[in-house]
Design a binder for this molecule. Structure first.
Ligand SMILES: C[S@@+](CC[C@H](N)C(=O)[O-])C[C@H]1O[C@@H](n2cnc3c(N)ncnc32)[C@H](O)[C@@H]1O
Length: 338
């Protein structure tokens, strides 16, 4: 049998670390015990969640992946020019690494590829697959939660670091959080580096809601799988059959909201300090699982500028559904103390 190719995998997430597990459990419990219960979207991504997300990207209703790919195809020469030569591509939330792979196969080749994801087993397999296809590119995986501190590998050249954050994953942060996150990225590059980022634009409610609530029920399965993952992480006893998927567009806040709604009055429990802790849910009560903010192209460019980026280029599709931005670190920016 063929051996998987060698890829370096740096781990900042360790399931066997009692401290990390305790931190994850505290975070989950704090969210579940809020008056409006909430679970952060990073918990979607166990190995099955990662596969379900890939299935979502195949759905006819899920326009972001296809639209972003069409923008890349149309503006490839401009993207190539923006990235330049001998750069390091740092793919935040790389998932299957398919988007980076497509760029590489189109001849936009980095000196090295750094793929970061919280879903570590999926990351390892995705990166091995890509390495088999493109053995000449140095590839490094980082299993990390990038909402927390994580270090780029020692020895990674400071020049020409290009952050790659496609798929409008930035929309999972509120605009304030997104600004702080972008500022942290700007702090990790110099003026030869940049950020290539895909952003979903404000559009018609029906298009948005269909993209997050498809008739086949794949997005519903992705949302409900979160509770399977929470059952494992927290030793909780959520019964997935008790929960239904809800997705709605909040036009005032320009965000899609995903929730899990209790079909009947139920309770869920997990181990606590004194026996099992319990949260009761009334019929119809919801757990918030994701918000996905949408932007105008001007609004996002302003956010980039306020986070310390400049020389902003933007490419969109003919229907203005999605935008791809490239931005450089503004000169003379003081670095934020971290
Ligand atoms: C919406 S998917 C996007 C995947 C791919 N980049 C794309 O554009 O199709 C989000 C990806 O980010 C990863 N992810 C989500 N939250 C993360 C976090 N806090 N730290 C690291 N990776 C995260 C997920 O595991 C998943 O692979």
């Amino acid at each position: 049998m063929q051996q998987p190719p060698e890829v370096t995998l740096l781990q900042f997430l360790d399931r066997d670390s009692p401290q990390q597990n305790a931190r994850l459990r505290r975070e989950l419990v704090a969210g579940l015990l809020q008056p409006q219960a909430a679970i952060a979207p990073k918990f979607f991504y166990d190995a099955l969640g990662s596969r379900l997300f890939e299935a979502i990207t195949e759905l006819p209703e899920y326009y972001p992946t296809r639209t972003e790919a069409a923008i890349f195809a149309q503006y490839l020469p401009a993207v190539r020019q923006a990235l330049g030569e001998a750069f390091t591509l740092i793919d935040l939330g790389c998932g299957s690494c398919a988007k980076a792979g497509k760029l590489f196969h189109a001849g936009v080749l980095p000196a090295r590829y750094v793929a970061v994801d919280i879903s570590v087993d999926y990351l390892r397999k995705s990166l091995q697959h890509l390495k088999r296809e493109l053995p000449a590119i140095e590839m490094i995986g980082i299993g990390a939660d990038f909402t927390e501190e994580f270090r780029l590998p020692d020895g990674l050249p400071a020049e020409r670091r290009m952050f790659f954050y496609p798929g409008s994953s930035i929309g999972n942060f509120s605009p304030d959080e997104a600004g702080r996150f972008l500022r942290r990225l700007a702090d990790q590059i110099d003026e030869s580096g940049g950020l290539l980022i895909g952003v979903d634009l404000i559009k018609d409610r029906a298009l948005l809601e269909a993209a997050y609530d498809d008739p086949l029920g794949v997005t519903a399965a992705f949302n409900r799988n979160l509770l399977r993952h929470v059952n494992v992480l927290l030793e909780a006893d959520f019964d997935i059959g008790d929960w239904q998927h809800v997705a709605c567009y909040n036009a005032d806040a320009a965000r899609i909201e995903m929730h899990l709604e209790a079909r009947r009055a139920i309770s869920a429990s997990w181990p606590g300090a004194n026996g099992r802790s319990l949260r009761r849910f009334a019929a119809g009560e919801r757990i918030h699982t994701e918000s996905s903010w949408k932007y105008s192209a001007q609004g996002f460019a302003a956010l980039l500028r306020s986070a310390g980026f400049a020389e902003i280029q933007v490419w969109t599709d003919p229907r203005n559904w999605f935008a791809l931005f490239f931005a450089r670190r503004a000169g003379n920016q003081p670095r934020t103390a971290t």
